[in-house]
Design a protein around this ligand. Structure first.
Ligand code: ADP
Ligand code: MG
Length: 481
């Protein structure tokens, strides 16, 4: 209990000798600065029980307490979470005993033979002052501990060997191991890209601090987290270096950015196509009308030419019609459907292609997952992804992996192939109408698929490496209704 001026201080004297207690309490009565209420407890066990009551501001404990000592009492009190300053009264000067008592948590010690009101007062004042400052430190420590534990960012401290000393729950979640597995381990060894991480950590020795360095953590479970690392190098009381780190995870942010970019691109293309179609259609209508008029005159062979013009005009018109169709977001009806069944249905229509190409298909789909979808349209969109994957893979070497993963706010469908892959520039143009790298390709598959996915509020992410393969992650929003 913290004491304030003008208050009565409750002191417990623990001494198995009543005469000694009498002497101590009369000395306390002579201390003029404080107003003491002194209580007596003659036994070790009794003292522990008294301390639990939390009634006392200070304890004066004799060193000898039957079979136990005052130092034992201090230690046991601390172990029991008792938070009261204890001053030890020792029989005769013994430096070892005194030192040992201080090490075990005594606030001060007084030689019984030397006690007088002045030394008592000084010792008590000293104990209170120390108690107060310890409380203040504890308070600020608790504050920082709470900040550390409750931080939304991953936080950790490392010793000079870059081993984990302390780590918060956010960091533990990212790393995906138990706290006990991580503590004491070299921090960089917790990642696949350990050499790179170690280099980054050591950079701080040169610059003293790193601020918001963008890094990629390759987690041992195969995931990746992108984020900003702030790291400082400090020195502890023994002048040993230690490191404090904060990792601000921006993986989701980056994903959202990418998906936003794709959406913007799509919208820009949509505007362009509409404009283009409109501009072409008007003159085209005029051509058609003129031809109809031309038809009324009698020229030889005119029918043949007119037919050609008309056929081609119609073809262009038809093409533009198809192009527009691929972008049209008709009023779709979203209904809750079983995702596995929907995927299964979409796969039925590509079964022959799969077999012909000798593709091995693997599926990991939870039976019970549902999403909100327009079944027929979404099937069409998925078929486009499946067909592209099959076309990208070599005969009898293809592996098509279809996975559904339930995330916190999305249901993700991952379509992964081990086909030809795409380079950066191909990935950029993927959803543009008429973009194709195939001899007989039209290049409208993915742009129309994208239109359908967008009306499902789904996001699309691409991961692709040339000659390795491609993975499309389509994220459907989880909705309760
Ligand atoms: P198309 O299939 O008619 O070429 P798409 O819109 O379906 O048109 O696809 C556009 C282009 O995107 C393809 O020509 C191909 O270059 C690339 N592509 C799409 N999916 C994949 C994939 N899984 N692997 C490699 N390239 C792909
Ligand atoms: Mg295609």
């Amino acid at each position: 209990m913290l004491v304030t001026a003008g208050q009565t201080f409750n002191i417990l004297v623990v001494d198995d000798d009543e005469d000694d207690f009498f002497i101590t309490s009369s000395l306390l009565a002579e201390v003029s600065e404080y107003d003491f209420k002194v209580s007596w407890c003659p036994s070790y066990k009794g003292a522990l029980a008294q301390l639990q009551t939390n009634l006392y501001n200070l304890v004066l404990a004799d060193y000898r307490l039957g079979g136990k000592t005052g130092a034992d009492l201090i230690e046991e009190a601390i172990q029991n979470g008792i938070d009261i300053p204890i001053i030890l009264l020792t029989g005769k000067g013994n430096v070892e005993i005194d030192k040992n008592a201080m090490d075990r948590g005594a606030y001060d010690y007084l030689l019984k033979s030397d006690i007088n009101p002045q030394s008592l007062e000084r010792s008590i004042r000293y104990a209170f002052t120390r108690y107060k400052s310890l409380k203040a430190v504890q308070k600020s420590e608790n504050k920082y501990r709470a900040m550390f534990e409750n931080s939304k960012d991953a936080m950790f401290t490392l010793n000079e060997k870059l081993e984990v000393v302390d780590i918060n729950d956010v960091a533990i979640t990212i790393i995906g191991l138990e706290k006990t597995q991580v503590t004491g381990e070299a921090f960089y060894k917790l990642f696949k890209n350990e050499i790179e991480i170690k280099e980054i950590l050591l950079e701080v020795d040169e610059y003293n601090e790193l601020i918001d360095e963008e890094i990629m953590l390759q987690i041992l479970d195969g995931n990746e987290r992108q984020g900003l690392l702030t790291l400082t190098c400090e020195k502890d009381a023994e002048a040993k270096r230690y490191y404090q780190g904060v990792f601000h995870d921006i993986t989701e942010l980056k994903k959202a950015e990418q998906s936003n970019l794709l959406a913007e691109k799509f919208e820009a293309t949509q505007r362009f196509v509409k404009m283009l179609a409109h501009e072409i259609r008007n003159p085209l209508n005029n051509i058609l009308l003129s031809i109809d008029n031309l038809n009324t005159f009698d020229y030889s062979n005119k029918d043949v030419y007119i037919d050609i013009v008309k056929r081609n005009s119609l073809r262009i018109n038809d093409l533009i019609g198809k192009l527009l169709e691929s972008f049209k977001i008709v009023d779709i009806e979203l209904e809750r459907v079983n995702f596995k069944d929907l995927i299964q249905d979409a796969l039925v229509s590509i079964y022959d292609r799969l077999t012909l190409k000798g593709v091995v298909m693997k599926k990991q789909i939870n039976e019970l997952v549902t999403i909100k979808a327009d079944e027929e349209r979404l099937k069409l969109a998925l078929v486009n992804f499946f067909v592209n994957a099959i076309e990208a893979m070599e005969e009898n070497k293809g592996i098509l992996l279809i996975t559904v993963v339930e995330k916190q706010s999305t249901i993700d469908l991952i379509i992964r192939d081990n086909g030809c892959g795409m380079d950066e520039s191909q990935q950029q143009r993927l959803f543009e109408p008429y973009f194709t790298t195939k001899k007989t390709g039209v290049g409208l598959g993915l742009s129309s698929a994208m239109a359908i996915l967008r009306s499902h509020n789904a996001t699309v992410e691409i991961e692709s490496e040339v000659n390795k393969g491609t993975a499309f992650t389509i994220g459907f929003p989880k909705s309760k209704f």
